[in-house]
Design a protein around this ligand. Structure first.
Ligand SMILES: NC(=O)c1ccc[n+]([C@@H]2O[C@H](COP(=O)([O-])OP(=O)(O)OC[C@H]3O[C@@H](n4cnc5c(N)ncnc54)[C@H](O)[C@@H]3O)[C@@H](O)[C@H]2O)c1
Length: 380
């Protein structure tokens, strides 16, 4: 069993998800590599005792990420900090010679992403990947296998999206994800957008142009201090792209939605693909169900496959049991560690998002901002 020693910078919501996945690594008996938590950094000291209480391997708790990066025992770093810090912290991790798993959007805007990409090019020996866990749901792994096997026929259209209703309540106080100077001008696209790009980009499909409609539905919110503050970030983004498959030459429409105000949707990630031979629908709202229509020239019947724990990385969980968010997070981490020690992903769709895929999302979101502002279609 090989051990990779990790540091975490940003110990909030997602830092804890990673740590929890580490704590139950015994779930993955066949993987041959395990992460160990050595150091945790956060500016908020209140978050650190949870790590100290649950992880005896941790030897450094600090509010200074430079101290964490100077620990020679740390092999790899997970960074989960607000978007305005991505460029600085990702660059520092690479300069310290550590492997990096970074959170999306990998820089708050395109110049920041360009700087991160330049730093990555200077460190070709380090594995750099971006978090995006939903494709590790078993149904999405099956979709990936069908796409790879070219079972779909001619693609008619695709729809992907990530929908929240977390901001439906106008009295919810402003946090950093609603502040343009910290989240970035992409608004909801910077927060949720990469998740909706993962499957189409991994399939090799590329947007040629985009027409975007962006909505700022709640324009001010309580500031958490008794007052009211402007909320300038985009709440919802709806994009219509002309998509190309460079491999087959096919052109088809892609409807992309990243919405923070989607009534009835708590945390819904979905992918729908219509093909002339096979069509597929999956949503985390109904995580066991993969809807599939295979057309043989006669009837057009949707059928439903009841998915269990058919995971990319084998687990101890019984094959008929249900898969959930924290399982997807752990599978994603296992995929990262597999790639770190073997030099390649387990399979095409069981690989974490690459820096090149994130850079493409920045080109798309930058074009989407321009499209909305000019009310025109923008070429990528
Ligand atoms: N993969 C996913 O599903 C998912 C979900 C939510 C958020 N995210 C991403 O994760 C990242 C963090 O989001 P979050 O929801 O965990 O936010 P969060 O606010 O819960 O955590 C961020 C943490 O960073 C800390 N921090 C701020 N400045 C710091 C500094 N200079 N040094 C060290 N720590 C510092 C904050 O104190 C905070 O605890 C973002 O990039 C976000 O887009 C990903």
């Amino acid at each position: 069993m090989k051990t990779i020693r990790f540091g975490i910078i940003g110990a909030g919501l997602m830092g804890r998800e990673f740590a929890s996945a580490v704590a139950r690594w015994c779930h993955l008996p066949q993987i041959g590599v395990r992460p160990e938590l050595l150091a945790v950094c956060d500016k908020n000291a209140d978050l650190l005792p949870w790590y100290k209480d649950n992880f005896p391997t941790i030897r450094l708790l600090t509010d200074d990420y430079c101290k964490l990066l100077s620990d020679r025992q740390v092999d790899a770093v997970y960074v989960a900090v607000p978007h305005n810090l991505h460029q600085e912290v990702y660059g520092a991790v690479l300069a310290a010679g550590k492997h990096l798993m970074g959170e999306k959007p990998f820089g708050m805007d395109r110049p920041a992403n360009d700087a991160i990409m330049a730093a990555i090019r200077q460190h070709p020996g380090l594995l750099v990947r971006c978090c995006s866990q939903f494709p590790f749901f078993p149904a999405v792994q099956k979709i990936g296998a069908l796409v790879e096997a070219e079972s779909l026929g001619t693609i008619i259209e695709i729809e992907t999206g990530f929908l929240h209703s977390s901001d439906l309540d106008p009295k919810k106080p402003l946090n950093w994800k609603r502040m343009i100077e910290i989240n970035g001008a992409y608004g909801v696209m910077g927060d949720l957008g990469m998740h909706a790009c993962h499957v189409p980009f991994r399939a090799g499909w590329r947007p040629r142009n985009v027409r975007a409609i962006l909505s700022n539905i709640v324009s001010e919110r309580p500031d958490g201090k008794g007052g009211v503050a402007p909320c300038k970030t985009w709440d919802n983004a709806t994009l219509l792209c002309e998509m190309a498959d460079p491999h087959t030459g096919q052109i088809f429409p892609w409807t992309f939605k990243s919405h923070r105000i989607a009534p009835g949707e708590k945390n819904t990630w979905y992918v729908n693909i219509l093909g002339t031979r096979t069509s597929l629908r999956f949503s985390t709202k109904n995580p066991k169900c993969l809807a599939i229509l295979q057309y043989d020239g006669r009837e057009q019947n949707w059928s439903s496959i009841d998915m269990g724990m058919e995971t990319a990385i084998p687990t101890i969980t019984g094959g008929i049991f249900e898969f959930g968010f924290s399982d997807a997070v752990q599978q994603m981490w296992a995929a990262y560690l597999h790639e770190l020690i073997h030099g390649q992903p387990i399979s095409k769709f069981a690989g974490c998002v690459t820096p090149e895929e994130v850079a493409l999302s920045h080109r798309l979101f930058t074009a989407a901002l321009e499209s909305h502002q000019s009310a025109t279609t923008i070429a990528l």
